[in-house]
Design a protein around this ligand. Structure first.
Ligand code: HPA
Length: 275
């Protein structure tokens, strides 16, 4: 990854961010509303940031939202980039590199995911305990810049134990229903087949989605502490007779919006206190 490109983007953004952001947020499908809660917000469309991937077919990709949330200085990606859109994994993860250059030390990654664990119901949250990368590739493939991180980064605790405990305590206090489990990444854009879901269940997956893993690998490479939260938007293919449709993903996210906002804001408040 090109350090000069990262630094160029960071140089563009720093003057817009009086207090360097400590917490980064990546907001998944239907969960972008959280960025609207940010106070004293500065909103920067991706296309205005040098080196940020420009959107392809989809129209506009999204924007960075900087400001204060629960007293913490944060920067959020409202709209993420997906591998299935045709971006390279280096492009998908470039914003994480820039967040790190801006000062981000902790990252909350959210997504909508299909539930595989039969105890799960649409609308539940899952704190990600670990992941399985089924993308068949890795964003760190290519020359390694040791200034950005080690050649062979450890992934033993990709999802911070400390932040998982903090999130579980917060959920209990708020009365929000959460599980903990393993997130499996599929490239998409087609949903999985029922046979693939049976395979993923056998492999130890609890939820499946089309994002998150690349950003988490790059965050860990850069030494950022990560918390991952999935919103179980539907049960995965073959778990029920219903065909899968993106509308269901969006509808579930809409339904749980209030709880999601309460939950993540309370986590941010705790994180701001604990560091
Ligand atoms: N599979 C993959 N990605 C998803 C799903 C799913 O069932 N639901 C939301 N994102």
């Amino acid at each position: 990854m090109d350090r000069q490109a990262i630094e160029k983007a960071a140089r563009h953004l720093r003057p817009l961010m009086p207090t360097p952001p400590k917490i980064g947020l990546i907001l998944g499908s239907g969960l972008g509303v959280l960025a609207d809660e940010i106070e004293e917000a500065v909103r920067i469309p991706y296309e205005e940031i040098p080196g940020f991937p420009v959107s392809t077919v989809e129209g506009h990709a999204g924007r960075l939202v900087y400001g204060r949330l629960e007293g913490a200085s944060v920067v959020a990606m409202q709209g993420r980039l997906h591998y299935y859109e045709g971006y390279s994994l280096q492009e998908v993860t470039f914003p994480v590199r820039v967040m790190k250059a801006l000062g981000v030390r902790e990252l909350i990654v959210t997504n909508a995911a299909g539930g595989i664990n039969e105890w799960f119901q649409p609308g539940d949250f899952m704190i990600i305990s670990d992941h399985i990368n089924l993308l068949g590739t890795n964003p760190l493939i290519g020359p390694n810049d040791p200034e950005l991180g080690p050649r062979f980064p450890d992934m033993t605790e990709a999802y911070s134990r400390r932040l998982r405990e903090l999130a579980k305590e917060t959920a209990a206090r708020l009365g929000v229903r959460v599980h903990e489990g393993v997130y499996v990444s599929n490239t998409g854009p087609s949903y999985e087949t029922p046979a693939e879901i049976r395979m993923i269940r056998t492999l130890g997956g609890d939820a499946v989605g089309m994002s998150t893993v690349p950003e988490v690998i790059v965050a860990r490479h850069g030494g950022i502490e990560v918390l991952g939260i999935s919103c179980i938007s539907n049960m995965a293919a073959g778990m029920s007779d219903a065909p899968l449709h993106h509308d269901e993903v969006v509808e579930t996210a809409e339904r749980v919006k209030t709880d999601f906002l309460r939950f993540v804001k309370a986590i941010v408040a705790e994180m701001a206190k604990s560091k």
